[in-house]
Design a protein around this ligand. Structure first.
Ligand SMILES: N[C@@H](CCC[C@H](N)C(=O)O)C(=O)O
Length: 320
């Protein structure tokens, strides 16, 4: 049987999005790992599965490119939000994710009529046990130097609820990816600190209420952007007094998003606002235990998104 799927992106973080009526229909881990291979029209960073929910309008599951499952995906949830809201002809709804039921809404366009959506990011915890992460029997890790990781970068660990380690770095450290690559590879292999791996982001403040974030994602590697990492970094930037609570623009290698951070005495309210771009329509078949993928047609949405890429490039050229 021929089935349809979409290729989508949020800030250049790419996914195949597939809706199923039956969550038991396939081995999603194998399917996700296969789909995300470069040989499948350039592959993707993950598979977003949209399934029926008993408690919300729909359920989202996230399979990383290596076939592992993540509890949350901010950029992916914006794309799923658009898919479900267009299907339901609504402007807001609740989407079930692995650890929380989250509010998603359609928003005014960020730029150039680019479809824009906001998603709630929750629950938030600084308890190391929630990542999980082990370090010196500590309960939290906030703005601390960890000598085996780096002698000068200060790190904060937070789950939203997927696990993030965020380093505040200098302009020089953001320009070279080598240290981040080495640390993230170590923390996503067999190691004593992060038994389930961790998303590792390097953050650099670039202006008033503006930060830059680059992420090495667990289960993927470097991506153009990671929505949960950008939102977690915006939160950390407020705690470190690099920016103020409210709306923070987060630039990334694939564009920019807006993150809203509110802190009611340690109760954090986070929202991620950004593009949800549908790149192309595909079909696939599963015959004799083999999948085949065909690209049916491209949308023209990437042309509109180019304006946001151009704006980001001109903004960031001042960084280099
Ligand atoms: N790209 C996502 C995060 C996807 C999951 C992550 N790799 C993990 O394993 O936690 C985002 O936009 O948040």
């Amino acid at each position: 049987m021929v089935e349809n799927l979409l290729k989508v992106h949020g800030s250049g973080n790419t996914f195949y999005l597939y809706e199923t009526a039956d969550e038991t229909a396939m081995d999603w881990f194998k399917f996700g790992e296969w789909l995300c291979r470069k040989s499948n029209d350039g592959g993707a960073d993950g598979l977003l599965l949209v399934a029926p929910s008993n408690v919300a309008t729909a359920k989202m599951r996230v399979i990383n490119a290596d076939g592992s499952e993540a509890s949350m995906c901010g950029n992916g949830l914006r794309c799923v939000a658009r898919y479900v809201l267009e299907r339901e002809n609504k402007t807001s709804c609740i989407i079930e994710t692995m650890k929380a039921n989250l509010l998603v809404t359609e928003e005014p366009s960020l730029m150039n009529e680019i479809p824009t959506y906001a998603v709630q990011i929750a629950p938030v915890s600084f308890e190391l046990a929630t990542l999980p992460m082990n370090y010196n029997a500590q309960h939290t890790l906030i703005d601390e130097c960890i000598p085996p990781f780096s002698m000068d970068i200060r790190f904060t660990a937070v789950s939203v609820p997927n696990p993030h380690l965020i380093g505040l770095v200098s302009k020089e450290e953001i320009l070279s990816a080598a240290h981040q690559q080495q640390l993230a590879s170590m923390l996503n292999g067999e190691n004593d600190y992060t038994p389930d791996g961790v998303n590792v982001s390097y953050m650099y403040p670039i202006g008033q209420q503006e930060i830059y974030v680059r992420t090495f994602e667990r289960g993927v590697g470097f991506t153009n952007a990671c929505g949960t990492a950008m939102t977690a970094s915006a939160l950390v930037a407020t705690l470190l007094h690099l920016v103020e609570e409210g709306t923070i623009t987060v630039f990334n290698p694939g564009g920019f998003v807006k993150c809203e951070v509110k802190n009611n005495n340690g109760e954090y309210h986070l929202r991620l606002i950004g593009n949800a771009t549908f790149i192309a329509h595909y079909s696939f078949e599963h015959v004799n235990d083999k999948w085949t993928l065909n690209k049916d047609r491209e949308t023209n949405e990437q042309h509109a998104y180019q304006a946001l890429i151009d704006f980001t490039a001109s903004k960031l050229s001042a960084l280099a």
